[in-house]
Design a protein around this ligand. Structure first.
Ligand SMILES: NC(=O)c1ccc[n+]([C@@H]2O[C@H](COP(=O)([O-])OP(=O)(O)OC[C@H]3O[C@@H](n4cnc5c(N)ncnc54)[C@H](O)[C@@H]3O)[C@@H](O)[C@H]2O)c1
Length: 254
């Protein structure tokens, strides 16, 4: 039996990077996967790659009505929801002195409001499905330690960390059988990290500086995160809730 056979998963930000890698791995391990993103063409292509196991729904995670639609379409198509991967995210590289209030709000709208809405509507859909559900929130090591260059990203990801624990405790107290955990990657090779390296205008130098902070000496690959998502999605992690999975090559162990 495959590791998530028969489970229905919704992944946000599934058009590329960690979301697409997670969608592919979950489908390989037997799940039906609803691939969502606001980048519609790319996310639709990922869903099509998965054949019968994939289904595309447009979802901007900041819009509550789109969450309601995504959950309704998921239940209509696959009949249930077992796993939600709140993966969509963005960052703006500006320090506290240069960031505008609108930029601050935008980062929090996507990274924190989006996860709040996901947890809220995810729990409702999982309860309708009578599922032993798993909510997996992609935070960051920037949600554990502060980062001078991007305070809004760090603040929003720190919020995701404690929101996840609060959701976990609520669901446990209610006896829903729904778990909620956060995942904290360090630097992983995706478009987001490429943009971060390019932001200072000296990509090679920046990459070398980023690598210096990683004791294991290399960036992560998207499948390093997808493997953690797969574990949390599966019943293998049935004792885990309110916990943090850190995947950073030792960066925050120092
Ligand atoms: N790559 C890393 O090193 C790294 C490290 C730590 C945490 N993360 C987190 O992992 C997650 C995935 O990042 P990634 O590296 O794959 O980046 P990415 O930029 O490749 O993917 C992010 C996806 O989120 C989508 N998105 C952005 N705003 C959205 C919105 N409002 N509604 C719906 N979708 C939206 C984008 O379209 C994109 O497809 C993010 O939450 C990110 O913060 C990434």
């Amino acid at each position: 039996m495959k590791r998530v056979e028969g489970k229905v998963v919704l992944v946000t930000g599934g058009a590329g990077g960690l979301g697409a890698a997670s969608a592919r791995m979950l489908a390989r391990e037997g799940a039906k996967v609803v691939v969502t993103d606001r980048r519609e063409d790319e996310a639709r292509a990922v869903a099509q790659e998965l054949g019968d196991a994939g289904f595309f729904v447009a979802l901007d995670v900041t819009q509550e009505s789109q969450w309601e639609n995504a959950m309704a379409r998921t239940l209509e198509k696959f009949g249930r929801l077992d796993v939600l991967v709140n993966n969509a995210g963005m960052g703006i590289v500006k320090d506290i002195e240069t960031m505008s209030l609108d930029e601050w709000r935008l980062v929090h709208a996507v990274n924190l409001d989006g996860v709040f809405l996901g947890c809220k509507h995810g729990i409702a859909a999982m309860r309708k499905s009578n599922a032993k559900g798993s909510i997996i929130n992609i935070s960051s090591i920037a949600g554990i330690v502060g980062v001078g260059q991007f305070p809004a990203y760090s603040s929003s990801k720190g919020g995701v960390r404690l929101l996840s624990k609060s959701v976990a405790l609520h669901c446990a107290a209610k006896g829903y059988g729904i778990r909620c955990n956060s995942v904290h990657p360090g630097y992983v090779e995706t478009a987001m990290v490429e943009a971060l390296a390019q932001a200072g205008g000296q990509a090679e130098k920046t990459r070398a500086r980023m690598l210096k902070g990683i004791p294991l000496g290399s960036f992560g690959e998207p499948d390093d995160v997808a493997n953690a998502v797969l574990y949390l999605a599966s019943d293998e992690s049935k004792l885990m809730t309110g916990a943090e999975v850190i995947l950073d090559g030792g960066a925050t162990a120092q």
